[in-house]
Design a protein. Sequence first.
Length: 661
Amino acid sequence: MPHARRAARAEVGSGPLARVVIESVEPQIDCGALPAKALCGELIPVRAAIYADGHDVLAALVRWRPPDGRWEEAPMEPIGGDRWLGALRCRQPGAAEFQVMGWVDRIGSWLREAAARQRSGQPIQLELQEGARLVAERVPELAPRDGRSARALATMLRAPGASEAERLAAAAGAAVVARLRRSPDPATTTAAAPLPLWVERERAGVGAWYELFVRSEGAVVGPRPRSGTFATAARRLPALAAMGFDVVYLPPIHPIGRTGRKGPNNTQPAGPGDPGSPWAIGAREGGHAAVHPDLGTVADFEAFVASARQLQLEVALDLALQCSPDHPWVTEHPEWFRWRADGTIRHAENPPKVYQDIVPLDFACADRAALWAAVREVVYTWIARGVRIFRVDNPHTKPVALWSWLIAELRRDHPDVVLLAEAFTRPQLLWRLAKAGFSQSYTYFTWRQGRDELAAYALELSEGTSDFLRPNLFANTPDILTAELQQGGPAAFRARLVLAATLSPCYGIYSGFELCENHPLRAGSEEYLDSEKYQLRPRQWDQPQSLAPLITAVNDIRRRHPALQRLRGLAVHRVDTPGLLCYSRRSDDGRDTVLLIVNLDHRRPQEGTTDLDLPKLGLAWDAAFTVRDELTGAVYPWQGPRNYVRLDPQQQPAHIFAIRP
């Protein structure tokens, strides 16, 4: 009986047969829905699985179109298991795209087979005729000069004048053959779908940050307290520039609410002279677009930004999207907030904690379009005042959709703006915010301790998430004084500085770090005693125990070594004592390699023998080489992978070795 239904028949095409398969192209974020990240001038590795039926020679390339619209390309090479590796480098910021292309290298396959026949003593006259045909087919693709060379080569391959061996050798060494093998063969090429890439200026991924409370610089405490100002804080800028910092980050500088104001050490009620928390934003003097009158005027702020710029410093401003109960928005737009059943406004809460001085905005409210537009207006206002970097407070407590929208607006209008996410949250949410477009992210580095834990996390940041997440390793913050810093003394501060500054091209410290401030509010707490969040904290910066000389040296080393200015290129090396962490960083071009050994024991000297993976340092296994300690200038001759090291934490926290073959 005839079948009731006929199976659908696949159509047999008459055009070129796509034999090459391209899969698993990297980098791609969420199947290409979101762009991977790159910095201007950064070498971005591109990987893909590329294969075909049979045993033909394959070739591949990656090509990319920077924002100016011109395609560039670079070859890809096989690295085993049908995996291929290439790299691209965009030199202009903005939206870009890249594409992997693979093809059957028919000329390469012909050369391989003809050479094999010749070595076995077989005649290759027919193979030479076939080679002539393959070369002649590709002539239309070539420029006139190369076309003439290709036609001449085809003629030579067909002519019986020279020996078969001579003709084959001439083809194998011909420049036009090499050029044809590097170019996609139209008859066999498969092109993967283009993938998006977002390219940002270097400061989006490279820089040393310093967090500074304006109101503490030049402040007077006592019976008649007086806040520091933009003018007095500007006096601190030359010292920060001299230490080698790139970014000065200011916590909120806006008017502070009076309702629910917190006093010293987060107490209530606040006294008449207590300044309150800068994160309780908004009062009768204004909201997020205003400056606190105690600090000065908008013109004073712009002068501060200009002074920083003259010193090659950029100013980063805190973007904290929350309000005090006194913020003008509370009365002008009550629909933007959450209200309790008794008609009172809902404060920020993390039960059992209640933040009486802060009320959260409801970014999912019915009038959210107006609220989101108001946020954009705040950001654009500060951009007009000279700010191009924002540290975003608690972005994980706001909808990711808000950030995706705002970042898209900024990329269209102000693509040079850099956003740092203070996303101390669950890994998936931290990663999602990075994928949504935040230029940088805080990480869990602050709490990572011990050799194995630090090594695993550093490799995760440099390899596992580097296509979308750029870490900014803050050694401390106004909210985080780790037990390690509390208990480890100056040695812990020195070691954590070196780790933060060399495990990532972007790191930061909060002021007071250089003075080794380490007194907690109470045992088991990460809060500072007499926290600057709630009171003025003028400091005497010229103390003899200051880490400023070490900070200056480390930042200088970072600037001199390209290996320390890129996130990728990290390798962890074995050392036979758990108190030492050994790792290296290598520049994109392989010309600069830095080897680091850090003592993680803040009380006792540690000594041991390294077991270096020398190829990852660009050296042969038995190489003789010298290492120069960039911190002390000492030079040591080393041989092979095993070498002795000793570090006393009271004298030197680490070796930062420049490798010299």
